[in-house]
Design a protein around this ligand. Structure first.
Ligand code: MLT
Length: 313
């Protein structure tokens, strides 16, 4: 089986594939779209992260393709319906990086609340200022977690450890899960109306795209802190910018963008906004997570070759 790897994936995690005599693994990073279209016809499997868009054009050119393996959770960069209609199996790695994404959410929240990034830049620039970097405690804050899945659940548990009161909304989870996590399940609007901190942890789907828009910002408390370490576009970026500029949103953090790398004027203004801590889609970027997800997708490809059931297809 010829496999192409088009995004950075842990080599250590891919060892299962490189050691298998049935497999030829070609790592080709940074290919332009037309370059990928020109070579994809040679391959029976493609391993990607979020940097490669597996759309109709790519799937049409991929005449031998059997498997799209997404080394991560989100499959919003893959046209799953079209792949399935062509008999191409799409697998992901739904577990291996969820802890990293949750930890990154807390890292960004604390960075924002204690002005870590701007105080760091100030001190490195030779200044000694303390007053402008007076921050906020998490203890006693009401935090709203939208999406109580694998990442959201871990974020909720960590917010509880910081003595936040945690509300959550997720139409797909049971009251038992919320009880087990010690959080209260409420409606979306109750999250917007009651929370000091709001963090989204849903996949990007037609249901969740622009889920937090002008109406939802209108319901929020003045001084709310907003976080998106899930997917760009779940929070409407123009609405976030408008509410940062108006002062309704105190600030927050964004790791993911509707366009990556971000190029639009709105995204440039969001990134430049001093009230936002920003990172370039680093939620899953730990050595541990990258090894985990690479092993998970590698196992799935081996299962396919061994004619065994695939767990995450
Ligand atoms: C995910 O969906 O698991 C992550 O966004 C993966 C990545 O970093 O590409």
């Amino acid at each position: 089986m010829k496999i192409i790897v088009t995004d950075e994936v842990s080599a250590e995690g891919l060892a299962l594939l490189t050691q298998d005599a049935r497999i030829q693994l070609d790592v080709k990073l940074g290919l332009k779209k037309d370059e990928l279209l020109a070579v994809i016809g040679d391959y029976e499997a493609i391993i990607t992260r979020s940097g490669t868009t597996v759309d109709k054009a790519l799937l049409d050119a991929a005449t031998k393709l059997k498997i799209v393996a997404r080394a991560g959770v989100g499959i919003d960069n893959v046209d799953v319906d079209y792949a399935s209609s062509k008999g191409v199996i799409v697998v992901n790695a739904p577990f291996g990086n969820t802890n990293s994404a949750a930890e990154h959410t807390l890292a960004l929240l604390l960075s924002f609340c204690r002005n870590v990034t701007i105080a760091n830049a100030s001190l490195k620039a030779g200044e000694w200022k303390r007053g402008p970097f007076t921050g906020h405690e998490l203890k006693g804050r009401v935090a709203g977690v939208i999406g109580l899945g694998k990442v959201g659940g871990r974020v909720a548990a960590r917010l509880k450890a910081f003595e936040c009161e945690v509300l959550a909304c997720d139409p797909y989870v049971s009251v038992k899960r919320a009880n087990d996590l010690g959080v209260k399940l409420v409606s979306h609007d109750e999250i917007y109306k009651n929370c000091d901190i709001i963090t989204v942890h849903t996949p990007l789907t037609d249901e969740t795209r622009n889920m937090v828009g002008p109406r939802e910002f209108g319901l929020m408390k003045s001084g709310v802190i907003i976080l998106n370490v899930a997917r760009g576009g779940i929070i409407n970026e123009q609405a976030l910018l408008d509410n940062l500029v108006s002062g309704k949103v105190l600030g927050g953090a964004v790791d993911v963008w509707s366009q990556e790398p971000p190029a639009s004027e709105t995204l440039k203004q969001l990134i430049a906004n001093k009230k936002l801590v920003v990172t370039p889609h680093l939620g899953a970027n730990t050595f541990e997570a990258q090894i985990n997800v690479a092993i998970d997708v590698s196992r799935e490809i081996i299962n396919y070759l061994d004619d065994k059931p695939m767990e995450n297809a």
